[in-house]
Every structure is written in C-alpha cells, then in structure tokens.
Ligand binder design. Structure first.
Ligand code: SF4
Ligand code: SF4
Ligand code: SF4
Length: 254
C-alpha cells in the first residue's frame, strides 16, 4: 500500500515574544515523536530551513500592522489548516492593551512625537482577520493542551476549547482558593483548559486564556457567591489580558 505523505507544518510569528514557540520547541521527546507524524518545514527557533510549501500553518502573535493583515491572508490562502498558538494569536494577548486608548495616543505614549511615523493598527487576534481551524490559548501555551490539539488535528477531528471557568479545574486539583488568602484571582471568569496551572504552582490566575463566553452567566457562580464577589469586580481586577475582555465587559454590563 502506498504510504501517505506526512503533513508539512510551518510556524509563523507576528507580534509576540515567541514564548509559545519556545514551549513547543521545548517539548523534548514529544516533539521528536511528532516529527514521525509530520514534516516540520519552517520553524525558526529550531531549524535554519524556511520552507514555504506547507499544509498546516501554526501562527503565533497578534496582527498589529497593515502588512500583518496582508501576510496572514497569504498564509491562510496557502494553508489547508491554520492553528493559532498562544494568547497573542487567540485573543491579541498583552498587545491588546493598546486598544484601550485611541491609537494615536498609544503611539505617542510609546514613541513620543515620532509616533505619527509608526505603522500600526488596532491589535487583533488572528481569527478577527482570517478563519482559524484550531486555537491553542494561554500565555504561554500549556503543553498538554498543545498535544491534545495536535492529536485532534492529525485525526481530522475538531478540538473543543472548554467553556467553563478555571475554578472548575482548580477545585478538582484541590487547591486552596486564593481568595482564602485575600488574593484576587481571575479564575471564576477565565476559560479553563490549563488545568489551573498557575494556582497549582502557588500563583493566581491572571486570565491569560481569555474569558469564558458569557462571563455574566458562565462564571463560577459558587465561588463568586462564597466570597461575595460580582463578575464586574473580577473583570476590573486584572487588565493584562486583553482587549476582548473590555468588549465582553461592554456587551454584558453597559
Ligand atoms: S502568548 Fe505570551 S508567551 Fe505566547 S507569544 Fe504571546 S506574549 Fe509570548
Ligand atoms: S478563584 Fe482562583 S484560586 Fe479560587 S477556585 Fe477559582 S481558580 Fe482557584
Ligand atoms: S491559571 Fe489562569 S493565568 Fe494561569 S495559565 Fe491558566 S488561565 Fe492562564
């Protein structure tokens, strides 16, 4: 029987820190096993070749310039499957901070009077510009979820991103709630899928995976009730991630 050619995978980055690709590059044995199933033709962090013939595009980073818009559209045209990797690509990530102010004001804050010369647009998640087939959330991505998504991709099945709060995973992991320790935590409104990674390691949730679909109704209500919190209180607690948080807040509470 004729052997099927392996899918060719290429990585691309836009506006980001490349930390999610680094997570991928550090997968060790899993990465080696993956290369038995796919041909990686373009991955700047681990190889010097930069092949332009690919079936699967794995895209990291937010879209922040007109050139980015043109480039991601070309990548989409060529790729049979497009995967977004990390918060910058899935929710605009920390880049979304600039969207809270008028663009000209943001440019002036960063570049001073030279800001007018800078080519930049609103920071956008990749799905705001082109169709995305698989999204891997997180800043950085959580490797077990990367593996789960890749398995679905290789089997041609959809990956369903959880739409319940991190608190659900946190309670299953039997963590002491950060609110017990008088610390704020975004877990009640943040989309699960990281197995409450930060709380398991003594930290709190900063909301890097973005919000559950409808925070007002999908938040972990029992936690809110227990600690006398409102969804609005939590949404105002952390503003690192992201622009879409503001939009969801506007849709639900204004
Ligand atoms: S999501 Fe976070 S770790 Fe990943 S590229 Fe963006 S800033 Fe870096
Ligand atoms: S609020 Fe934070 S610490 Fe408390 S249960 Fe939810 S995720 Fe865990
Ligand atoms: S616990 Fe929160 S901040 Fe940490 S990885 Fe999960 S969603 Fe991101």
């Amino acid at each position: 029987m004729k052997k099927q050619p392996k899918p060719r995978v290429a990585f691309f980055d836009f506006t980001d820190c490349e930390g999610c690709q680094l997570q991928f590059a550090n997968m060790g044995q899993t990465l080696l096993e993956l290369t038995e199933l796919v041909d990686i033709v373009n991955f700047r962090e681990i190889m010097s070749e930069a092949g332009q013939d690919y079936d699967v595009a794995i895209v990291e980073g937010a879209i922040t310039t007109d050139n980015d818009v043109v480039r991601i559209k070309k990548i989409r045209e060529k790729a049979k499957v497009l995967v977004t990797l990390g918060a910058c690509a899935t929710i605009a990530g920390v880049n979304g901070i600039k969207n809270r102010r008028p663009l000209e004001a943001a440019k002036k804050t960063v570049y001073g009077e030279k800001g007018a010369l800078v080519n930049t647009i609103k920071a956008m998640a990749v799905h705001e510009v082109v169709t995305v087939d698989y999204a891997i959330n997180g800043c950085p991505v959580y490797v077990p979820e990367v593996v789960a998504v890749l398995k679905c991709l290789l089997m041609g099945k959809p990956y369903v991103v959880p739409n319940y709060a991190v608190c659900v995973e946190c309670k299953m992991n039997e963590n002491v709630c950060r609110y017990e320790k008088d610390q704020e935590c975004m877990g009640p409104v943040t989309r699960a899928g990281c197995n409450s990674w930060c709380i398991n390691n003594g930290n709190r949730c900063y909301g890097c995976r973005g919000l559950v679909d409808k925070p007002a109704s999908d938040a972990a209500k029992d936690i809110l009730q227990k600690y006398g919190l409102k969804v609005e209180d939590i949404l105002n607690s952390f503003t690192l991630y992201n622009d879409s948080m503001g939009e969801k807040y506007d849709q639900e509470f204004k």
